[in-house]
Design a protein around this ligand. Sequence first.
Ligand code: HEC
Ligand code: HEC
Ligand code: HEC
Ligand code: HEC
Length: 442
Amino acid sequence: MRLPRHAPRTAALLAAATFALASFAQVLPQHSKSTSLGVVTCASSLCHGAVSPWKDSDILQNEYVTWSRVDKHATRAYAVLSSERSRAIAKNLGMKEPPDRARLCLDCHAFDPPPALRGARFKLEDGVSCEACHGPAGDWIERHAAAGATHADNVAHGLYPLDDPVAQAKLCLSCHFGDSERFVTHRMMGAGHPRMSFELDTFAATQPAHYVIDADWHRRKGEWDPVRVWAIGQALAAERILDVLLDPRRSRDGLFPELVVFDCNACHHPMSDARWTPRLGTSPGHIRLNDANLLMLRAIVRRVMDGDAAEGFVHRSLALRRAVSGDGGDAGEALRAMREELDGVVRAISAHRFTPSDLRAMLASLVEEGLAGGYHDYAGAEQATMAIASLLDYLARHGLLRDVRAANGALDRLYAAVKDDERYRPERFRDALGALRTEVLR
Ligand code: HEC
Ligand code: HEC
Ligand code: HEC
Ligand code: HEC
């Protein structure tokens, strides 16, 4: 499994402004009651289908071209369902329909609204279409292009508020991890579906973005702090994982719990390659929860919550890992307590203005955690790499790194160490972190 490379990003500001949590009540595009009109409706050259960006426009207007040529949501997501691999997955699962006609697959690999809500030009073949992310356009298409249209008015008529990081994270994670309706189970992975990995800020950059967050974006839509986006992405991903274990429909498969929320390599490695260390916090021979997101959140809460609350969170996240592994405490209680606490963590992150000293402190704490052996499991190392890349990127763009070339070199070594989950060696990752500390944090 390949980790997306950190792509160059558009200019981002650590601007300060108030932030509203209006989106908590937003419905995802898949639940909208509006009609979907199809990509062709967005794609005229006077709208979003220009060949190159327009000079005098607030938006690029070539969004369609970017999406249709380089974005995998258009070029691969649906087409891949006709591949040999997808047919093998369907066969292994005993599916009756071919994958490009089965809801199970279409729910994530295309936009799949109920037939009654498909307009005349709607096409399933469009894959993960504009409307899969921006919401069905039936009720806002005309007004959003009229003179004087505002973003707030569009949102009031059903445009999904992707400018709100919580709403954006919810949407991306609903396909890139799953939610109560669409979900890639361990059974599906056993049948051949790839492992899923996601980090909001990194994936938003590598999509690649068909928008530029600049001064006029801020004027129209408010502030955008990529560090906050990363942090919110971590909290929401942790929530989704706990939701699986708390959902009676999804938490059990025969005698066993749903296995995708556990560290894959806890089970998938040769017996001769003994991996247990006391540092893991669970006793030998136990399966570990994939709590990579909680590991990242430990570095985050120390900056966004007061001392006691942050230490309480750290304590409860470690207790949760032990309880889920059967190393003490009631797992159900620990899960429910952490799930409740995470909503408060999202609110604290949303209200926090990240300063350069927060970034440096979080970077240092991620590195120290790793040097102490905290990224023994691959998933933790993978999330830490994406986080460190994001933090270094912001520090570099704000002129806060002494030696950008040395930082890039150190980052390349980290990427090399997590390139292949099956060949992951914790010692190699630790060495790469040590070099990064010497070159960047000293
Ligand atoms: C919960 C959403 C979800 C469901 C359900 C789902 N997938 Fe996927 N699938 C994804 C995502 C997201 C990726 C991309 C993973 C990545 O690259 O990080 C993916 C990747 C894949 C790939 C590899 C893609 C490539 O470009 O090589 C194949 C093949 C695939 N899925 C087939 C299927 C089939 C067949 C089904 C139905 C049996 C299915 N998927 C159901 C979300 C889903
Ligand atoms: C995978 C999800 C996704 C898909 C698919 C997608 N977008 Fe976007 N789009 C985003 C995100 C995220 C943003 C940034 C948030 C914002 O500006 O509201 C955005 C922003 C935009 C903007 C606003 C830029 C600005 O400066 O305000 C336009 C216009 C846009 N997209 C058009 C399109 C069109 C047209 C398509 C289809 C050809 C499309 N998008 C497909 C996620 C998506
Ligand atoms: C409707 C489901 C859906 C939504 C919503 C969605 N994605 Fe995806 N995304 C997919 C699928 C399916 C793929 C796999 C495409 C393939 O490779 O076949 C994918 C692939 C990607 C890739 C390429 C990954 C790789 O391995 O190269 C990136 C980056 C990405 N998505 C980012 C995002 C972001 C950011 C958002 C939210 C703004 C988002 N996606 C929302 C379904 C979705
Ligand atoms: C609790 C142990 C456990 C965990 C955790 C686990 N798996 Fe598995 N996995 C298994 C078992 C058991 C099988 C069935 C092996 C067989 O059929 O020989 C399996 C089968 C598979 C297969 C098919 C391999 C084959 O030989 O057919 C894949 C792929 C897979 N798992 C991926 C994953 C991924 C990805 C994760 C993490 C998200 C994961 N597994 C987590 C135990 C686990």
